[in-house]
Structures are given as C-alpha cells and as structure tokens.
Design a binder for this molecule. Sequence first.
Ligand code: SAM
Ligand code: SF4
Length: 336
Amino acid sequence: MAGPVAKTRELIDRFGRRVDYIRLSVTDRCDFRCVYCMTEEMQFVPRHQVLTLEELYAVARAFTELGVRRIRLTGGEPLVRSNVMHLIERLGKLPGLDELLLTTNGNQLVKYAGPLRAAGVNRINISLDSLDAGRFRRISRVGRLERVLAGIAAAVNAGFDRLRLNSVIMRGYNEDEVLPLVEYALARDIDIAFIEEMPLGEASDHAREDTTCSNAWVREQIESRYPLLDSAVKTAGPSRYAQVIGRKSRIGFISPVTHNFCADCNRVRVTVEGRLLLCLGNEHSMDLRAILRDSGKSHEDLKDVMVAAMELKPERHYFYEKDHAQPVRLMNMTGG
Ligand code: SAM
Ligand code: SF4
C-alpha cells in the first residue's frame, strides 16, 4: 500500500489566481524623497523591525519552493541597503527562479550595474521622471539628473536582458515631458512605462487629484508623433504594452487608477518588516517576521503561512472609490 500522498502546496487564491511573482522590499530607506512617494521628513522603520538579509533570503527561498518564478527587489531604494549585493548574489543562484528583477532610482547604478548583471539580475527598471535637471531635483527633492543618466548609460552597457524606464507623469510637474522621455528611450532601444500616480498615503506637496494624469492622456501625447501598435505581450497585472512601429522600444502603460486589471493579478508583496501584503490597494496582510523570529517555527511553517495567506487576497483594489478606505501606506513602505 502506498503511504499518504503529500499534499502539494500551491499559492492559489480564492479567485483561482496563481501567485508566481513577488515584489520583495529590501529597505524602506532611500537616497531620494520623490514627491509622489515620500514626505520630506520621513520616519523610517526602526532597524530591528526590518528583515535581516538572512530573513529576506529565507522568504525568497520559501516562495520559490512554492512555485514563485520571478522576484523583483524594490523598496525604498534597494541599492542603499548595506551588503545588498550579498543577498542578490545568493538570490541569483536560487533554484527554480526564472527571473531576478530590480527597480531602482538609478542613483547608484554607475557603481552597481556591472555587479548586478554578474550576480544574475535579468532586468532592471529605472525611474526617470524628467530630463530637466531643475525639475528632476524638484520631483526627487534631492536627486541629481546627471548621476542618474550616467547610471542608465552604465546599465545599457552592462547588457541586461531588458531595461525599462518608469515615469510618473504629473500635472504641474512634468506633463510636457512625455515625448522627450519617449525619445530618450527610443534612442537607446530601451522600454519606458508610464505609471499613473497612485493614492498611496498623502502626498505633502500637492493634492493627488490635481496632479494625476491618466494614461489615456499620456498615450494621446505619444500618438500625436508616433503610431503605436498594441503589443501581444501581456504581463499579468496592470501593465499593458504598445510598440512604436519600426522601433525596438516598447511603451508600457501601468494604469492602476483608471483601469482595473485585478482579475489577472499574479503577485504579492513583502514589506521591509516582513508583512506579506496581498494587494497594493488593501491592508490585508500576514506577518511573516513573527514566524521567522519564532524559534519554535520551521521553514515549512513559514511556507504553510504563505499558502494560508492566499485566502486573504482581496478580489480587487478600490482606488478613489468613496465607500472604501484608501491605503495609508506610502509607496516606500509598500515596496513599489
Ligand atoms: N526607489 C526605486 C525607484 O524609485 O525606482 C524603487 C522603489 S519605488 C517605490 C518604485 C516605483 O514606484 C517607482 O518607479 C516610482 O516612480 C513608483 N511610485 C512611487 N510612489 C508612487 C505613487 N504614489 N504612484 C505611482 N507610482 C509611484
Ligand atoms: Fe525613493 Fe523610489 Fe520613492 Fe523616489 S520613488 S522616494 S527613489 S523609493
């Protein structure tokens, strides 16, 4: 007689969505203070509450053992975490992982682009909201444009599978830079995605309702000069891609505010405090740090909790819907 068959543990939620992608925040700290993401005076999480590099690795390993194929490291700014390369080198060797990705503000890429590629990072997203040094400083509050542009050049030379710029277009800040940013990407054969500003926490320098530009409007600006062909490439989640005819670059539109793509959602997030966040726009979460720091709990217990958390994944977000509470977390806490 065959013994009992071990039940396969899978990350599937109540709506049949399979989670195979995690966004892992490695720090809530940052060397910029972007107006849409942070307030000027930020309170960061006390260090003892932040997952150690060892704990971050344990979380990543458990997820890959449960079928996660892609991990994106984010933050805050992942490259300000001390010894982050040590973690990245280990993640690059995790069995079962198809892609290791990183989102960065580009400020330290001159130093890190080569080592990241060597450690096995496949693709990088680099935030770039303006090509004008003064405006770049106004949006990032502290950043220097020429440093980030040098970082992008270093990433282009390092030979990643793909590079993508991320731009948040805001009325009153940079709404006339849609075409220059697209042209900058086209000239380098890299992708660019436009992200609608999301109401995550309160912005201190503006009311979000005054600045948020819809991606439908952004797309009109691009199509006034470049014909776009909707791409067959579909990533689960809120991104849709179009191709500039005759060019290598793809243009992404990430429209969480004006379009709801929650039905395809394949992702969860882990905050820097080890909170497994089931949805960007809701507070449903599970405390992984409590399991990691409980000497009575094992790695298998951690995986059980991850599987159980799938029951909590909400059907959708409710950005700007009046009858629903809006998230109070800022993006740097969420893991963008
Ligand atoms: N520091 C890195 C960076 O800036 O790329 C990674 C973390 S950042 C939180 C990730 C992405 O979130 C960035 O592309 C940023 O532009 C975007 N972001 C931050 N706050 C946002 C908001 N309120 N709405 C939309 N996008 C936001
Ligand atoms: Fe830092 Fe990225 Fe947030 Fe800007 S968007 S403040 S670079 S974490």
